[in-house]
Design a protein around this ligand. Structure first.
Ligand SMILES: [Zn+2]
Length: 421
């Protein structure tokens, strides 16, 4: 079985591709390997680092609330070290990173050991409380995003120690430099171990186009994210451990991966802001702003999870409001009334559907899906309309490269399929 370093090398050289099944940064390998002296890396759907110190183990990230995942991580961590967990550091408050502690706390209680300290940025707790407030909504949007039933947790383990900008902790002779960065989230930390020259980026690097656009989630921060990537690159790490995907090995590769990702985000940011300052509407930003070709081709910047078009929208939202520059949309007529009017003008929902089918056959899924959404709103119970809508959205989902586009289009296909049957 190839090592994580060999897998990383194959991806870096383009022998394997992140879009390939089993090579996607989310593909769980369920493996733990020592990647630097006293530092092990667990590669699951999301990752965990284990650092040995004289005071016990430090976990950087903890995995998810899912019981099976917790059991797996626990067994792997314990196969690497039996020492007590002294501290856990959350890279951010997402459920796949900051919800895996219960099994370790249960172990500590069983053995009457002091419970680990939990370090996180000061905004982590607010995120965890928001997840409780919006539990039903988050269950729904994440089930749609990932195409699998996801139960959103309601029982977080809050940080016991928080910080604002940067802290350095010495734990059992090892130093942990913990720096805040707004990026994928507002509560993100990256961690540098200066003695071992190991960098833990969390989700600021994930072997994919950054999750800076996510259509169903709260604001991301492209500009600050790019700055954080440059700051990380300046540290001279020899191993990069990321929130998803395999580590990056070697000082030059680590710096290049971070600098390229920074340049990718910066270019989308600057291109979007320049057009906004010229007064360009959102429609034009989406159509015109693209990442530089040489960066878009990098094996670690493929749009397999998020994609540049969504990042542009999020940059626009970061500096503006929700108005989309279409004046009618400011105070719109209900969707159903718009759809009924358009369908009536076209000569019925059936006309919209046949034109949509023709457009889809030509590959114009963008336009075809507008017509089908109008047709479905105008004739919500029509099996014929929904049969075509289900088919076209299913085709569209298969053609998309990003998890996020695929998830939303697949959900639309499934909704129509239920009515068509
Ligand atoms: Zn993550």
């Amino acid at each position: 079985m190839p090592t994580l370093e060999q897998l990383s090398d194959r991806l870096w050289k383009g022998i394997d591709k992140t879009a390939d099944k089993g090579c996607h940064p989310f593909a769980p390998l369920y493996r733990i390997e020592e990647v630097a002296d006293g530092v092990a890396f667990y590669k699951g759907f999301s990752n965990v680092a284990v650092v040995k110190t004289d005071a016990g183990c430090v976990l950087i990230d903890t995995g998810s609330s899912h019981e099976v995942a917790q059991q797996r991580i626990f067994e792997k961590v314990r196969s690497y070290s039996r020492e007590r967990i002294d501290t856990a550091i959350y890279s951010h408050g997402h459920v796949d990173h900051a919800y895996g502690l219960p099994i370790f706390l249960a172990e500590a209680r069983r053995n009457s050991l002091r419970l680990p300290a939990v370090i996180g940025h000061e905004r982590v707790a607010a995120r965890m409380k928001r997840y409780i407030l919006t539990n039903g909504f988050n269950t729904l949007i994440n089930t749609r995003q990932f195409g699998a039933a996801i139960e959103w947790p309601t029982d977080p383990i809050y940080p016991t120690e928080t910080y604002r900008d940067r802290i350095v902790r010495e734990i059992g002779g090892a130093h942990f430099e913990i720096t805040h960065a707004k990026g994928e989230t507002d509560d993100h930390s990256w961690v540098y171990l200066p003695e071992r020259k190991v960098l833990y980026t969390g989700d600021l690097f994930i072997w994919a186009a950054p999750n800076a656009g996510n259509p169903q989630k709260v604001q991301r921060y492209a500009r600050e994210w790019a700055a954080a990537l440059r700051a990380m690159a300046a540290r001279g790490a020899e191993v990069l451990l990321c929130g998803h995907g395999v580590p990056v090995f070697g000082r030059e590769r680590v710096a290049q991966a971070l600098r390229d990702t920074a340049a990718y985000l910066q270019s989308l940011h600057d291109g979007t802001v320049a057009l906004m300052n010229e007064g360009a509407p959102l429609d034009r930003l989406i159509a015109e702003v693209r990442p530089p070709r040489e960066l878009a081709e990098k094996p670690y910047l493929q749009p397999i999870y998020d994609e540049p078009e969504f990042i542009v929208r999020n940059i626009h939202r970061c500096y503006g409001g929700w108005h989309n520059d279409v004046p009618a949309d400011l105070k719109p007529a209900p969707r159903v009334r718009q759809a009924q009017e358009i369908a009536a003008l076209a000569g019925g929902a059936g006309t919209l559907v046949s034109r949509a089918a023709a457009l889809a056959a030509e590959g114009d899924f963008r336009l075809a899906c507008h017509l089908l959404d109008w047709a479905a709103d105008a004739a919500p119970d029509s099996k014929e309309v929904h049969a075509v809508r289900a088919d076209v959205y299913a085709q569209r989902a298969r053609r998309e490269s990003s998890t996020m586009a695929r998830g939303i289009f697949r959900a639309a296909a499934q909704d129509s399929q239920k009515i068509a049957e």
